[in-house]
Write a protein that binds this ligand. Structure first.
Ligand SMILES: [Zn+2]
Length: 177
């Protein structure tokens, strides 16, 4: 299977809240496979289903410790504060220092339908929060402070929407999710 097209900033699918997965069947497993392939090809460290146009509450990630798929995720607790230079595969080539909670407790289901419960900090915790935002129809540009936001809008306006921007140095690619 070839990697799928990642929906880009401006695509309305990224602004919609995704729906709960009612049944974890073979279709969900194939979707997770396609999402992982697309994420690795990008490359990125996380990907939410609506980034490939599927309005379901699923995300995949790999922060260097192997691929995982989380279905119907929820953050039940968060704590602390951590600043991280965060990028998004749907807003390629740009990244911003964003402050979010450092530690989060995520619960959800895996592909076998088993409950998962993960206490994560730093990069893993950041991926969880970024992907949860995607599933709720929120993009990282909505997490910027006023100055960052002005700059971001300028950068985004200068682009032709629909054409993914290249990141010639690949600087932000590994931070993207
Ligand atoms: Zn993203």
């Amino acid at each position: 299977m070839a990697p799928l097209t990642i929906r880009q900033y401006g695509d309305p699918v990224l602004k919609q809240r995704t729906r709960v997965v009612e049944e974890i069947d073979g279709k969900v497993a194939s979707l997770a496979d396609a999402m992982l392939e697309t994420m690795y090809a990008a490359p990125g460290s996380g990907l939410a289903a609506n980034q490939i146009g599927v309005q379901r509450r699923i995300f995949v990630y790999d922060i260097g410790e192997g691929a995982r798929t989380i279905i119907n995720p929820q953050i039940v607790e968060s704590d602390g504060e951590w600043t991280y230079d965060e990028g998004c595969l749907s807003v390629p080539g740009l990244s911003w220092e964003i402050v979010r909670p450092n530690a989060v407790h995520l619960v959800g289901l895996d592909l076998e339908g088993n409950e998962v419960s993960i206490e994560a900090t730093e990069l893993e915790g950041r991926v969880f929060q970024h992907e949860m935002d995607h599933l709720d129809g929120i993009l990282l540009v909505e997490r910027l402070d006023e100055d960052q936001r002005k700059e971001a809008m300028k950068a985004l306006r200068s682009r032709t929407l629909g054409l993914p921007a290249r990141d010639p140095d690949g600087l932000s690619s590994l931070l993207s999710m």
